[in-house]
Write a protein that binds this ligand. Structure first.
Ligand code: UD1
Ligand code: CA
Length: 424
């Protein structure tokens, strides 16, 4: 069945205390909204993102990165029910399912969302809500069940009675609905609650009244639905995401020397027997081969591909680069917008000067196989160094150099014997 999604991203995120809209706050340089869109992209045919607060910024991010997603403006923002109702005009005759997700839950995984869809279909459900058990359920909407344990309603924290406050099963903010059956709920929502908002969560009671099949799917790993409302939550989510990634890598045969001081983004693949030394920070999408040594204190900034048996050592920053096998950059270097062949050696303190501040463009450095770059070299891009060529230490390379050549720029060394003594 066709599935479309609605992702709610219009809220201000007051508790973040920020000029940046909440859903554009980042973990590993990827906005929270990007995590949700990446997790639904293989499951849905089209996504609607509800934008409102700083709509232009959010829309720019979505339009640039997610081609099958459309932003729909919600202004003013009158609550989550009001947010979803913004898509009604686009889905008048839609017969499929609609996935509805809060935009602030970056830890949810594609495999959980898949299981959720399977549960919905297996139970012939019309409306399924994802729930989980929290020891401290404060601030979340509570799942209220009747005496037979059947799901009855969701009550927001601010509207709960004392008894309801004790309920530990909470609403995750993820819903799947059979659109044709649920769509008329949106014209019946009322805002007579503690926050004066149109709550999406009220569609549960409405559905029950219409005798629709309404279910809650209880998620065991409650980490996944951790919602970001503050900077503390942002740091906590980053920690959980990182821990999850390091475990996955270790299970696949990667050594992480110090799990408490290594950061590796979800979108990084690493081959077997590679060792990641402490204080390494890897963000964005990267692919690292087998038997590599990365760090300590290496920074990979995304779009980096490193083949097998390479070493990226202390204080080496790499961005947008392809690095062939058996290549080393051991110390204090910057490699950006570059293509390095195999068996290349990069001496300490080598810089690819990739940015031209006049044209404001980034330029490419190409080093062919077996190139040896002496320490403290600046490669002023665009520049290409041919196979086997050696560059002398301290050089500034501004022109292409052919194969098996020695290139060096060096002011003659002057030695003036006894000069210091004469001066004193
Ligand atoms: C919501 C749920 C709550 C659930 C919790 C899970 C409602 C009424 N409550 O509460 O039951 O336990 O999520 O994290 O839905 N948004 C809009 N437009 C608006 C208001 C909000 O797009 O007018 C967006 C926000 O940007 C956010 C999402 O909806 O991405 C959720 O809003 P938020 O205010 O964070 O809801 P919670 O109070 O967390
Ligand atoms: Ca929230």
């Amino acid at each position: 069945m066709e599935i479309k999604s609605v992702i709610m991203a219009a809220g201000k995120g007051t508790r973040m205390k920020s000029e940046t809209p909440k859903v554009l706050h980042k973990i590993f340089e990827k906005p929270l909204l990007g995590y949700i869109l990446d997790n639904v992209k293989n499951l849905t045919d089209e996504n609607f993102v509800i934008v409102g607060h700083h709509a232009d910024e959010v829309k720019a991010f979505v339009d640039k990165n997610y081609k099958n997603s459309k932003c729909v403006l919600q202004s003013p923002q009158l609550g989550t029910g009001h947010a979803v109702s913004m898509v009604c005009p686009y889905l008048e005759n839609f017969e499929g399912q609609v996935f509805i997700l809060n935009g602030d839950i970056p830890l949810i995984t594609e495999s959980t969302l898949k299981k959720f869809i399977e549960f919905h279909n297996a139970n012939n459900s019309d409306l399924t809500v994802m729930s989980t058990i929290f020891e401290n359920p404060t601030n979340y909407g509570r799942i209220i069940r009747d005496e037979n344990g059947n799901f009855k309603a969701i009550v927001e924290e601010k509207d709960t009675t004392d008894d309801e406050k004790k309920v530990k099963e909470v609403n995750a903010g993820i819903y799947l609905v059979n659109w044709a059956k649920i769509k008329s709920a949106f014209s019946h929502l009322k805002s007579n609650n503690a926050q004066g908002e149109y709550y999406l969560t009220d569609i549960v009671e409405w559905g029950k009244k219409q005798n629709l099949n309404v279910f809650a799917y209880i998620l065991e790993n409650s980490d996944e639905i951790f919602g970001i409302n503050s900077r503390k939550h942002l740091a906590e989510a980053a920690r959980i995401m990182n821990e999850r990634k390091l475990e996955e890598l270790m299970d696949n045969g990667v050594t992480i020397v110090d799990t408490s001081n290594t950061w590796i983004s979800e979108d990084t693949e690493i081959g077997q027997d590679t060792i990641i030394y402490p204080f390494t920070y890897i963000e964005g999408k990267n692919k690292i081969g087998k038997n590599c040594k990365i760090g300590p204190c290496a920074h990979l900034r995304g779009d980096v591909e490193i083949q097998d048996n390479c070493k990226i050592g202390n204080f080496v920053e790499v961005k947008k680069a392809r690095i062939g096998h058996n290549t080393n950059a051991g110390h204090l270097s910057y490699i950006g917008d570059s293509e390095l062949g195999s068996y290349v050696n990069i001496g300490a303190g080598t810089i690819t000067a990739n940015f031209d501040p006049i044209s404001r463009t980034k330029n490419k450095t190409v080093l062919k196989d077996h190139v040896k770059i002496g320490s403290n070299t600046v490669l002023v891009a665009p520049v290409e160094v041919g196979e086997g060529t050696n560059v002398g230490a301290g050089s500034v390379i501004t022109k292409n150099i052919g194969e098996w050549t020695l290139a060096l720029t060096r002011a003659p060394l002057r030695i003036i014997e006894g000069w210091v003594k004469k001066k004193n």
